[in-house]
Design a protein around this ligand. Structure first.
Ligand code: M6R
Length: 611
């Protein structure tokens, strides 16, 4: 987690760094800080809390930071040391002539700290990062350039990191390097940029260069040089990014979460375009793997992406009749999993940076499995680790709570299920095309679902007024939807919420039920709807207040529930997608009612790059 930015160029460094940090705040918001080259010295300014605190402090500095040309910035998600000003980045090394920002974890920091203390360095923070600052300062003091010092430090550092540094001795220069954590260089005219993710720099440039593991980037206003671990210069073609700056702005919405929920129809449209023809035929020729001999599938992911995986299992097994296991990535990597070269491992990650998911990929490669990544982030780490990639085209997702990424992940899994079914001949071509045609309706049905939910939200939020917890119940595909609804609610409203298979509730969770534990019932269609209704009756008998997600014309749902969140009638392939929308909006409105920051919930970060 954490976000880093760097700028070398004109006298507008603070403006560029602050704008960049604003777009990286999703990575952590425990504290923020800048290190700036001013008059042959390094000056830092750091504040605890969200970026606005730093912004306020800069505003109160009477123009002190107005005409700065070079600097680095950081927004923190605390790992080593609580959120405090001492622990906020940038950290200064030695005699304060070198400053460092860092994203990731230095695993051998304790050992390095001990060594450095023995050599007379004193530490001002509890962070692992400060060892880097002192390692650099030591070499710079001995006469090394900052690049040489970083090269030497890289040989000592273990763990995952992206690091950027400036030195008072080298005005106008930033050096940076990475191992496992992301880092991109943005190319400008008379100015150059550095960031953890392209989102930070979209207002400045669309031309980027990726820094690979072990490389060192050296930036000035007029040059960008990349050096390999052998010290030789590396030539790398820049790549372009199609996202535009507006995609990372609020565009009139109060929060990114609401904006991203409303962007779901367009996100689905973009994800299906070119992959699903008018006749319902699927084209996944972009997948660079032979899918015809897949005998078994394992889906690995975390959080919301894991819930998408559960839905993917349902669709792939139903359509293609291939057995699918879905594993939480952080468990999978340590589970000594069974697999071989006929196992297709599908790794799902919006950010493409999640450490646990990347580690699960490594595990899969260990037994010869072929890995297909589903990610929203072009150029992310997962795209380089996987054997093939399917991009979701949701556009940048800024809110920590994932919404549009989830729906597009499910849509991509649906496409994959159709393609596998075609290859396995488990269904007739006509049947597959019919399902494909239904899937094409996703954007418009989601649009309808948003419109339908919004009018009933007030009543649903009222049910939560005195709630102390909530149960989300569903069966079949409605079960992963319930899990996702519960996750959304708990992460942004801090209400304990459980997603449960409705039929399993009587084996334990029913004990939670009373009038302060609302039940959100996702009814679905067919036989499972009947069964779910019976399960819900059991909670009503114990005083539960029910919010039902049900077909707009479902009279029985209206009888049993305090509030119905209606969803449009849809073909089976779209059932989980439309049922998710009211739950996203419910979580959003409950959290807003409680006065909470929905985009930046406490303790969380968007990209989880620690184990
Ligand atoms: O970037 P990823 O898809 O790998 O992220 C996985 C989870 O960290 C993420 O889905 C998380 O659970 C979200 N905050 C849920 O809204």
């Amino acid at each position: 987690m954490c976000g880093i930015v760097g700028y070398a160029g004109r006298e507008r460094c603070v403006e560029v760094l602050m704008e960049g940090l604003k777009h990286l705040e999703y990575r952590g918001y425990d504290s923020a800080g800048l290190a700036l080259q001013i008059g042959g010295e390094i000056e830092t300014i750091r504040r605890v809390g969200p970026l606005r605190e730093l912004s306020k402090a800069i505003g109160e500095a009477n123009g002190r930071f107005e005409r700065v040309g070079t600097g680095i910035g950081h927004t923190r998600w605390a790992t080593h040391g609580r959120p405090s000003e001492e622990n906020a980045h940038p950290h200064l090394g030695g005699d304060k002539k070198v400053a460092v920002v860092h994203n990731g974890i230095i695993e051998n920091h304790a050992e390095l700290r001990e060594e450095l203390e023995e050599r007379g360095f004193s530490f001002n923070s509890e962070t692992d990062t400060e060892v880097i600052a002192h390692l650099l300062a030591e070499r710079v003091e001995e006469g090394d350039t900052l690049r040489e010092a970083l090269g030497a430090a890289l040989e000592r550092l273990e763990g995952s990191f992206a690091v950027a540094a400036v030195s008072a001795k080298e005005p106008g220069t930033i050096v940076a390097a990475r191992n496992q954590s992301p880092l991109v260089v943005g190319l400008g005219d008379g100015e150059n940029f550095l960031a953890s993710a392209v989102q930070a720099l979209l207002g400045e440039t669309r031309k980027f260069i990726l820094v690979e593991n072990g490389e060192i980037a050296v930036l000035t206003s007029s040059s960008v040089e990349i050096f390999g671990p052998d010290g030789k210069e590396v030539r790398r073609e820049p790549f372009g990014v199609e996202w535009d700056a507006e995609a990372v702005e609020l565009g009139g919405y109060e929060d990114y979460m609401l904006k991203e929920i409303h962007e779901q129809p367009a996100a689905l449209q973009a994800t299906l375009a070119g992959r699903l023809g008018a006749e319902g035929d699927v084209d996944l020729s972009e997948v660079d793997l032979d899918l015809s001999n897949v005998e078994r599938i394992v889906i690995v992911a975390c959080g919301t992406a894991y819930h998408a995986g559960l839905l993917g299992k349902n669709t792939i097994e139903r359509l293609a009749r291939i057995p699918v296991e879905v594993a939480i990535a952080s468990e999978y990597r340590y589970s000594d999993p069974i697999g071989d070269e006929k196992t297709l491992v599908i790794a799902i990650s919006q950010s493409g940076e999640t450490t646990d998911t990347l580690a699960a990929i490594e595990t899969a490669h260990g037994f010869g499995g072929h890995v297909l990544a589903i990610t929203n982030t072009r150029g992310s780490l997962i795209t380089r680790e996987a054997d093939s990639v399917l991009l979701t085209k949701a556009g940048p997702e800024i809110c920590v709570a994932s919404t549009k990424a989830f729906l597009t992940q499910v849509a991509v899994l649906d496409l994959l299920a159709l393609e596998l079914a075609r290859l396995k001949k488990s269904l007739l071509e006509d049947e597959l095309q019919e399902i494909g045609k239904s899937l094409r309706l996703a954007p418009e049905k989601i649009q309808e679902a948003i419109a339908l939910s919004e009018v009933c939200m007030e009543g649903a939020v009222d049910v939560f007024e005195d709630a102390r917890c909530a149960l989300f119940l569903g069966r079949g595909v409605a079960h992963p939807v319930a899990l996702e609804g519960a996750l959304k609610l708990k992460e942004i409203s801090y209400l304990p919420a459980e997603g449960y298979p409705a039929g399993e509730m009587k084996h334990g969770p029913i004990a939670l039920i009373d009038e302060s534990c609302p039940v959100v019932a996702i009814l679905g269609e067919g036989v499972l709807r009947e069964k779910t209704l019976s399960n819900i009756q059991e909670t009503v008998a114990r005083g539960a207040k029910i919010i039902a997600v049900a077909d707009e014309g479902d009279a029985e749902a209206r009888k049993i529930a305090e509030v119905v969140l209606p969803v449009p009638k849809v073909p089976e392939i779209l059932a989980s997608l439309v049922a998710t929308v009211p739950l996203q909006l419910l979580a959003y409105h409950v959290a807003k009612e409680r006065g909470l920051d929905v985009d930046k919930p406490r303790n969380l970060a968007k990209s989880v790059t620690v184990e």
